[in-house]
Design a protein around this ligand. Structure first.
Ligand code: PNW
Length: 489
């Protein structure tokens, strides 16, 4: 990027900061800013240095038509080779955190832990050391959707044995990297994993309806809690890190504000998404409304058992309390009203109709992503009240566009969502300790391919060198981190 382009973007970023926000709060001292990536979306080198085949490798190679532009992550941002540039970009932001994920099949090509791949371990050692050498804290996601294909052949997350495999994998990660990694996320967005088993939204691209959906969720909760307890028993005293699981959730707002039936529908939707994973961890067992409604739905169709599996008393205790902080991934809000919806995004067991037709909500190029910062504010207060105000890090939040460098809509999104965060901190005393933007780099956006970009840094995918160019939003985000304010004063 020429020096002129750079200056131009800085000017744009600063002009955009001129505040249209009514009250100007500051981020507290020690507030942790960062940016996030995921292995399959950026690394490339899909079969290099002994890496095994993951469910994403299998899907994109065997069914390329399942990805919008027929593309794949074989090369992606080539971060496997260019990781130092990625770390330098985090450094340039003055961010405290780099959240990235580890590719399970680099560590263990089949997922079997007695057959490790030393070169994979070396790669993450190099990456972690580079991060630390730049005074950045690594936050490591153990699983961001790239299950070893071999484990999928055993049934993947629908087989409860996966919890044992995950615990062994976690042990290898704690043993090899835990001396330097102090922030762990076991699983990224368990609900989205389940959508890969129920509605072909991701790999392994299965259509197992509610049975696969709830089973995959159940196993992931068990896997998460096993990793958490393993850390407590074998590593915590020495390594002194923190562990959580990144739970994603829309905020559902009642469509007809004061209508009780719609308010109940919105509350149900929140319990069926966020509560599905947060309730077992922060309160114990599945949300009562979820248990009741799913069991009743099964009865209605004459099934003698429930598709929502049951935890034993012992499992409930193990899962309860298995997070050191609340890790929230949040992008958008929807309206909910009572009724039956055919939209597969809306869980039909919960009987709510999801909509996003509010003309005051700015849209994006993805139908599901609307700009609703007040939804984040409400969600943060909902979490505070529901789970007794846990320390919370927003581990993902981001906006999608066509990849333009002068990304004013992204600046608007970040600014208004950070303003909502500041309101929750200062007006509602929500215990929010960090914000990690999704994502550092434009990358492989799963089944949407390369036409949809969330990055604050652009990557030229037509150039084999994959050059990176910071966008206006990068400069804007940096000035927020530097000043701790949204108005740049
Ligand atoms: C996240 N929704 O997924 C993932 O963690 C990222 O890997 C991904 O690139 C990013 O968001 C953008 O899609 C989500 O429908 C996908 O609300 C969909 C939703 C939320 C998160």
């Amino acid at each position: 990027m020429s020096i002129y382009t750079h200056k131009f973007l800085v000017v744009i970023a600063i002009l955009t900061m001129t505040s249209d926000l009514s009250i100007e709060y500051s981020f507290p001292d020690g507030f942790m800013f960062g940016a996030s990536t995921a292995a399959y979306q950026i690394e490339g080198a899909w079969n290099e240095d002994g890496k095994g085949e993951s469910i994403w490798d299998r899907l994109v190679h065997s069914r390329p038509e399942s990805v919008a532009d027929g593309s794949n992550g074989d090369i992606a941002c080539d971060s496997y080779h260019k990781y130092k540039e990625d770390v330098a970009l985090i450094k340039g932001l003055n961010a405290k955190f780099y959240r990235f994920s580890i590719s399970w099949t680099r560590i263990a090509p089949t997922g079997e832990m007695h057959k490790l791949n030393p070169k994979g371990i070396e790669y993450y050692n190099r990456l972690i050391n580079e991060v630390l050498a730049n005074n950045i804290e690594p936050m490591v996601t153990m699983y961001h959707w790239d299950l070893p294909q071999y484990l999928q052949d055993l049934g993947g997350w629908t087989n409860s044995i996966m919890a044992n495999y995950f615990e062994e994998y976690a042990k290898v990660l704690f043993s090899n990297f835990g001396d330097r990694v102090k922030w762990w996320i076991t699983i990224n967005e368990p609900m989205q994993t389940c959508r890969g088993y129920s509605m072909q939204m991701y790999a392994p691209y299965l259509k197992l309806d509610k049975t696969g959906y709830y089973l995959a969720g159940h196993t992931q909760l068990l896997a998460h809690s096993k990793a958490y307890h393993l850390y407590n028993e074998m590593f915590r005293d020495k390594q002194k890190g923190k562990i959580s699981i990144s739970i994603n959730a829309n905020m559902y707002l009642s469509k007809n504000g004061s209508s009780k039936i719609d308010q109940d529908a919105a509350e149900r939707a929140n319990q069926f998404e966020l509560g599905w994973f947060a309730h077992p961890i922060f309160k114990g067992d599945y949300p009562p409304v979820m248990r009741q409604w799913v069991d009743r739905k099964n009865k209605e169709i004459g099934r003698a058992w429930s598709t929502l599996p049951k935890f034993t008393e012992e499992e409930i205790k193990l899962i309860h309390g298995s997070a050191d902080f609340f890790a929230l991934n949040h992008y958008t809000s929807w309206h909910a009203s009572h009724g039956k919806d055919l939209n597969p995004y809306c869980n039909s067991d919960a009987e709510y109709i999801g909509s996003f037709d509010d003309e005051t909500w700015m849209g994006s190029i993805l139908f599901w992503l609307k700009v609703v910062p007040e939804g984040l504010h409400k969600l943060l207060v909902w979490i505070k009240n529901e789970y007794n105000n846990p320390p919370l890090i927003i581990t993902e939040n981001g906006f999608v566009d066509d990849g333009r460098i002068n990304d004013l809509d992204r600046i608007h999104y970040i600014k208004t969502y950070l303003n909502a965060t500041l309101q929750a901190i200062h007006e509602d005393k929500c215990n929010i300790i960090g914000y990690i933007y999704w994502t550092l780099l434009d990358n492989f956006e799963w089944l949407d391919g390369y036409g949809y970009h969330f990055g604050i840094v652009s990557v030229d995918f037509n150039d084999s060198k994959r050059p990176r160019t910071p966008k206006a939003s990068y400069h804007f985000f940096k000035s927020v981190i530097d000043t701790k304010k949204l108005d740049g004063q």
